[in-house]
Design a protein around this ligand. Structure first.
Ligand code: DSN
Length: 426
């Protein structure tokens, strides 16, 4: 077979783009070389529908071992009893979990997407808003913090079957215990979607959700720095208290219902090559280096937030506990859409984001979201946040000056050349 130079050239170009730019998309990171290498391996050739030791295909004795290793390491990281590492993504993990515990039409309660929530937490354009009856809580208009009074009032009013906590653009920690209290009162399950802060939770830098939330889902590629994918976890497997049954009417342990909801419920063959990469990433998370990395992520986010605040930028909730921040740009007279475009011209990558109570559409937005997980992997420390924020500020303040943006881009490229990315790739 002739080498497809067209596609490999594009992959090379993407590597160069990642190398020269400042990556601030809060959901992105750079995997280790070994995690990336593991994703391109012969396990992609293997069908392994089922679970370790109980597959529907022969020849699974090796992939059984990598999948079991991934499960065991993930359980060790979060000190939990049950994990499913097969979801192809965070959205798939959430879909499977909901399929396991809900019936179509059941009420669910999540953080509003426009307040920092996620599409799979009940958005009208997502399966979660189409199959189930979504209700939402929000954040306070003044303080930008999750309004737990609103959450409790809504829960008492709509009696959801599931309360979802977790967000994609919320920079503060969660009060899981309080959410569990109201869930118990109204007879709801609690699910925490920790896709964004999972790495910080893994290293004890944020509240531990597993004691209070029945289920925890996550992606593996954000702060966990693994391959693109999803997982579902439970602290303790339990006989389901609401008497949920499988299609044959049998009462099942929760782990069984979840496994069945992933496969055959929502997925076919697991991506065993990606699961091998997950196992490697989970091994990395168990090392002391990963503790230092997460601590640096938190310090960098706080340094970045302070640098923005000192330049008059308004951070929703006034700061950050985790790896990201959401900035309301209205006092800077630039939309999120324009900011994203302008920063792109300076090789700074970020995404526009609605802010709570936004008066602009999701396509325009008043905000921009920044995260530091990726630049921390590149090796940046607190003092580097000053350069990054300065470059962002100068870009936004000279948004229509192409020559100025070209000059900043040059500075950015020079600055990034000191932080090696995959030097082994030449
Ligand atoms: N797309 C992810 C993010 O950027 O937060 C969430 O799925």
């Amino acid at each position: 077979m002739q080498r497809d130079t067209l596609v490999f050239d594009l992959i090379r170009q993407e590597l160069e783009r990642q190398r020269r730019g400042i990556e601030l998309i809060a959901s992105e990171n750079f995997t280790s070389l070994q995690v990336m290498q593991a994703m391109g391996n012969v396990m992609t050739n293997k069908y392994a529908e089922g679970y370790p030791g109980r597959r529907y295909y022969g020849g699974c004795e090796i992939v059984d071992q990598t999948e079991q290793l991934a499960i065991d390491r993930l359980c060790q990281i979060f000190n939990v009893e049950y994990a499913n590492v097969q979801p192809h993504s965070g959205a798939q993990a959430n879909a499977a979990l909901m399929l396991a515990i809900l019936q179509p039409g059941d009420a669910i309660l999540g953080l509003d997407l426009s307040m920092g929530g996620h599409l799979t937490h009940g958005s009208a354009v997502n399966f979660s808003g189409k199959l189930y009856k979504p209700h939402f809580y929000g954040v306070g208009k003044e303080d930008g913090l999750v309004d737990y009074d609103m959450l409790e009032a809504k829960a008492r009013e709509v009696k959801p079957k599931l309360i979802i906590c977790g967000a994609s653009a919320y920079s503060r920690d969660w009060d899981y215990a309080r959410i569990r209290r109201v869930a118990d009162e109204v007879g709801a399950f609690v699910m925490a979607d920790i896709a964004h802060p999972a790495g910080l939770i893994a290293k004890g830098l944020l509240n531990y959700p597993f004691d209070h939330c029945h289920f925890v889902t996550s992606t593996t590629h954000k702060t966990l720095r693994g391959p693109r994918g999803g997982v579902i976890m439970m602290k303790k497997d339990f006989e389901n208290p609401f008497g949920l049954k499988d299609v044959k009417g049998n009462l099942r342990m929760m782990s069984n219902l979840i496994d069945m909801a992933v496969f055959p419920g929502t997925q076919g063959g697991p991506l065993e090559h990606v699961i091998a990469a997950k196992a490697i990433a989970f091994g990395e998370i168990l090392t002391p280096e990963f503790q230092s990395y997460q601590e640096q992520v938190q310090k960098n986010a706080q340094a970045m937030a302070a640098a923005f605040t000192s330049r008059g930028y308004q951070i929703i909730s006034g700061g950050t506990d985790n790896h990201l921040m959401l900035i309301d740009l209205r006092n800077k007279n630039i939309s999120g859409k324009k900011a994203e475009q302008v920063l792109g011209h300076a090789d700074i990558t970020a995404n526009k984001n609605m802010v709570p109570y936004d008066d602009k559409s999701a396509f325009v937005t008043s905000g921009v979201r920044f995260g530091v997980a990726a630049i921390t992997t590149r090796g940046m420390v607190e003092k580097d946040m000053e350069f990054v924020v300065n470059a962002i500020d100068r870009s936004l303040m000279q948004a229509d000056d192409a020559a100025a943006l070209a000059g900043i881009k040059k500075e950015v490229n020079e600055f990034m050349s000191q932080f090696a990315l995959y030097p082994e790739m030449g």
